[in-house]
Design a protein around this ligand. Structure first.
Ligand code: FPP
Length: 211
């Protein structure tokens, strides 16, 4: 099963507590870590998360700077544990204009965790769905040239914080995805919340255009 998550609402979570937005991203990372562990327990084979979109460059410089450095530090901190747990970390998205120091950490995390077979954690970073389709089409048949062509389509796409949009996330892969929207802000999304989403998903009738 492939679950994709738009981890939205970090900024609002922080603002509600009169904290800087960066504290919201830190709380969001802790939530992601817990969700990764829960997804492993639940035997979710593929998990894709939207960590930085091609549109996020338009945020204030200090927030962009924070997100870039923060992601770099995180990868360094978490990659050994992910390896122990059999999680293969993969970055998808355009490399340009991500700074080399950040790309190097992603490359290293991919190298260290390459043998993981329990879960593929796809970190969508400088990722845009249209950009991916354009890049793939320039290379040949689209399906074969996606950034991670071996990964199956998204089964379930979750977006937190009350927004009901796809925001250019995994457009090709989500053609038949079940969509789940919750008002919960991402830092408050717990393993229990994930279990609840899965119960809802399991009750759905997926027809893929048939009867
Ligand atoms: C959306 O909330 C969240 C982001 C732009 C960043 C998400 C990143 C993380 C949780 C860190 C994960 C790190 C790795 C390496 C996977 P927002 O800022 O748009 O919130 P708002 O809509 O309330 O302003």
């Amino acid at each position: 099963m492939h679950i994709a998550i738009i981890m939205d609402g970090n900024g609002r979570w922080a603002e509600q507590r009169s904290l800087p937005r960066s504290k919201g991203h830190e709380a969001g990372e802790r939530a992601l870590y817990e969700v990764v562990l829960a997804a492993l327990e639940l035997d979710i084979r593929y998990l894709s998360v939207y960590a930085f979109s091609t549109e996020n460059w338009t945020r204030p410089d200090d927030e962009v700077e924070f997100l870039l450095n923060y992601n770099r530090d995180l990868l360094r901190q978490r990659r050994d544990e992910m390896k122990r747990r059999g999680v293969r970390m993969r970055r998808i998205g355009r490399r340009d204009p991500v700074p080399d120091e950040v790309l190097d950490e992603f490359d290293e995390a991919e190298r260290v965790t390459a043998e993981g077979t329990n879960m593929d954690l796809l970190i969508c970073f400088n990722y845009g769905g249209r950009a991916e389709i354009e890049d793939a089409a320039a290379a040949g048949p689209i399906r074969d040239n996606l950034y991670a062509p071996d990964v199956p389509d998204v089964d379930l796409l979750i977006r937190t914080s009350g927004e009901r949009r796809l925001s250019n996330f995994l457009l090709w892969q989500s053609a038949y995805a079940e969509l789940y929207f919750t008002d919960t802000l991402w830092p408050d999304f717990t393993p229990d919340a994930l279990a609840e989403v899965l119960r809802d998903y399991q009750a759905r009738d997926r027809r893929f255009g048939g009867l």
